[in-house]
Design a protein around this ligand. Structure first.
Ligand SMILES: NC(=O)c1ccc[n+]([C@@H]2O[C@H](COP(=O)([O-])OP(=O)(O)OC[C@H]3O[C@@H](n4cnc5c(N)ncnc54)[C@H](O)[C@@H]3O)[C@@H](O)[C@H]2O)c1
Length: 448
């Protein structure tokens, strides 16, 4: 089947994207459940043991041209993405376990699968982390760097990145670390100059995740944030990202309950059905659940989960439908469940003439099984953004909103939370950078 790549249709735009030749180094900050499920999963796919289910970059297709053109290549055949065979992993962690031990500890993947890949997983050892218990109260790591100041720690991370860069062709950094305490931007985050001064002075507003982000961006390396921390959604980071041409995105992987919420809420809104209340509760028993059991870390997560409905439902435009919603989100640490989270939603809606109805959702999901393919897509797409002249110096990659609970957007813009708008935005961005026609779904042309 002809694809735009070989049809020459997109030539001018697509030709400017540097090819994905050589090794892509992926540096994971925090090598727990999500990180080990990603690493072991990619290796299982490489060995032909499993399929990359849930990954748009590996399984997704993209329609090109009219519906009658019958052109729907795989996304990975349409845009130049790194091949899984070329992906190399490393990272930082506050515990010294190798990836085999860490994956066993996380209890996400079957022992049998891990045994088969034992040698490979054991070969990946985390580097000592930048950590401060003030920012993640429930953890106490031993595998931690020492430094004279936050600036010194940032320099040590930059050295780690440079050393890894010397072994591979390109690098991407992804935060898969724990959720830090709730922080709000302060004066130290308003400019790069203020942030660099703050690093020297050990400003308490600078959390470890920000030190990693700064180090990556200083090296011109793309950075994605899979947790809800205040990490790259800061003016200083956006300034630096634009200077060094390092794409950034975040925050908080959109995996279980919020994924469902951003599917259901747009459906209600599209049909002009009203909403009185949405009660969401979760039980989970992994290390993430333990960290979120601390009220300060939970607050960070809560803010990220709560924002979604307002932006989708636009209560100011529709006060009679959404003007008085009771929205509550709870997360309860319940060790027996491990990584197998259960998310319940009770949704009180109303329809024609105000008659009430209820929707109940009980999602028995697997947290890291949902998150790992998103993490994979993010590193591959960020690497693509870095090689694409039109995207690399934008800083925020809004087209990757699809992956996040709290998507980053330029100052003054509201984020798009509707999963299907996000999907359209992502695919149209791919069409755009390859010089293919955008798809508006207008459809009148078929009836001329
Ligand atoms: N479905 C999901 O799994 C999902 C969805 C959205 C967001 N997240 C977020 O992704 C992150 C990872 O989730 P997880 O289930 O893998 O958690 P996890 O607890 O298994 O792994 C996080 C790891 O980060 C390490 N860590 C903490 N601070 C660190 C630091 N400063 N430097 C290096 N390592 C550090 C911890 O020791 C831990 O091993 C969490 O913040 C979580 O909230 C996960």
């Amino acid at each position: 089947m002809p694809t735009p790549k070989d049809s020459g249709h997109e030539s001018a735009a697509g030709a400017q994207i540097k090819p994905a030749t050589g090794k892509l180094g992926v540096m994971l900050v925090g090598m727990g459940a999500v990180a080990t499920t990603l690493i072991a999963g990619v290796e299982a796919v490489r060995r032909g043991k499993a399929a990359p289910i849930g990954s748009l970059t590996q399984l997704g297709t993209i329609r090109l041209g009219k519906r009658t053109d019958n052109q729907t290549p795989l996304i990975k055949d349409f845009v130049p993405l790194a091949d899984l065979q070329d992906v190399v992993f490393t990272g930082w962690e506050i515990f010294p376990e190798n990836m085999y031990e860490a994956a066993k500890h996380a209890k996400v993947l079957d022992k049998e699968l891990l045994e088969e890949m034992k040698e490979y997983l054991e070969s990946i050892q985390p580097m000592p982390a930048v950590f401060d218990q003030h920012y993640v109260k429930r953890l106490n790591g031993t595998h931690v760097k020492k430094g004279r100041s936050k600036c010194d720690l940032a320099q040590q991370l930059r050295n780690d990145i440079q050393e890894f860069q010397s072994k591979v062709d390109r690098v991407v950094v992804l935060w898969t670390g724990s959720t830090e305490i709730f922080l709000e931007p302060t004066a130290v985050h308003q400019s790069l100059e203020a942030f660099e001064k703050g690093l020297l002075e050990d400003d308490p507003g600078i959390a470890p995740s920000q030190i990693y982000a700064y180090a990556a961006l200083k090296e011109g390396v793309p950075f994605a944030n899979g947790a809800p921390n205040l990490t790259v959604d800061l003016p200083c980071m956006q300034e630096l990202a634009k200077i060094t041409g390092a794409p950034i995105c975040g925050k908080d992987f959109k995996t279980g309950q919020t994924f469902m919420k951003t599917v259901l809420a747009p459906a209600l809104k599209t049909r002009m059905l009203g909403l009185r209340g949405w009660y969401s509760t979760n039980i989970l028993g992994n290390r993430d659940g333990e960290v979120l059991d601390d009220p300060e870390s939970f607050k960070t997560k809560e803010e990220s989960k709560l924002g979604v409905l307002d932006f989708i439902l636009q209560p100011k435009l529709h006060p009679e439908l959404y003007g008085d919603i009771y929205h509550k989100v709870r997360i309860n640490y319940y060790p027996p469940r491990g990584d197998n989270k259960e998310g319940w939603d009770n949704i009180d809606i109303f329809g024609w003439l105000g008659y009430p109805m209820e929707i109940k959702v009980d999602f028995l999901c697997r947290d890291s099984i949902l998150a790992a393919p998103l993490a994979l897509d993010l590193v591959l797409f960020l690497d693509l953004a870095k090689r694409t002249p039109e995207l690399s110096h934008l800083g925020i990659q809004e087209w990757l909103s699809f992956y996040f609970k709290s998507p980053m957007v330029a100052e003054g813009l509201y984020p798009e939370h509707d999963l299907f708008i996000q999907s359209m935005k992502l695919k149209n961005t791919l069409r755009h950078i390859m010089g293919a026609d955008l798809i508006t779904h207008l459809g009148l042309e078929y009836y001329d």
